[in-house]
Design a binder for this molecule. Structure first.
Ligand code: 3PG
Length: 211
């Protein structure tokens, strides 16, 4: 089941998390869960990202962990083998999209243009990451896509903050947003889990217009 529509309803914000030291992975995930955020997109941008992903998948059952920044079919395979419960890519290529569709986990391909939305829609998916949301045009742009293509639900990510999130969440074609602001690098490095829980709680209090 590749469609990720139900994943977009888990939390109003999907935290985009980058962790250098895998020893911090479990405490970060627990801090987010403690704040009421039950999902993590863990980026594959660090050397030990797959180790971090596996630890979260094994040790924090109350959070859904997915891999972000998936750029190649090989990375998608490695992420699923490490325990990723969903996959997120910043953009789409036919080979990556085709491969991710075979893996049996929900996927959130990144799109930034109407043509890309149509291409992903042709594969049967109706849930997509809209990236990079701010630079690509913000809430007005996402709203405009909804006129011809109302059946697609987006998770706008990239340049979204606690203060800009409500304008996206008010749109009928947005179920959640994504962002890295819940896990600032400084808080992770200083092991300030309380700050992460506080930021998660604030984010979990946002509401989407849907349902
Ligand atoms: C991503 O990969 O989704 C982005 O790097 C997150 O963007 P942000 O740091 O602007 O929230």
């Amino acid at each position: 089941m590749a469609d990720a529509t139900s994943l977009l309803r888990v939390s109003p914000v999907i935290p985009v998390v980058t962790i250098d030291d895998p020893r911090r992975a479990v405490p970060v995930a627990r801090a987010l869960a403690e704040g009421g955020v039950g999902i993590i997109e863990l980026t594959l941008r660090t050397e030990n990202a797959l180790t971090s992903l596996k630890r979260i998948a094994d040790e924090v059952p109350d959070i859904i962990v997915g891999a972000g920044t998936v750029l190649t079919p090989a990375q998608a395979d490695a992420a699923v083998a490490a325990g990723a419960q969903f996959l997120v890519s910043p953009g789409v290529t036919p080979s990556l999209l085709g491969h991710m569709l075979t893996l049996g986990v929900p996927i959130l391909p990144g799109v930034a243009t109407v043509g890309e939305v149509m291409q992903v829609l042709e594969s049967g998916l109706t849930a997509m990451k809209f990236f990079p949301a701010g630079p690509a045009g913000g809430p007005d742009y996402v709203a405009a896509i909804g006129a011809p293509i109302p059946q697609v639900q987006f998770c706008p990510t990239g340049g979204v903050s606690l203060s800009s999130a409500p304008a996206y969440l008010a749109l009928p074609n947005v179920s959640c947003v994504g962002g890295s602001w819940l896990t600032p690098r400084g808080a992770v490095e200083n092991e300030d889990w309380q700050q992460i829980t506080r930021l998660a709680r604030e984010a979990a209090g946002l509401t989407a217009a849907l349902d």
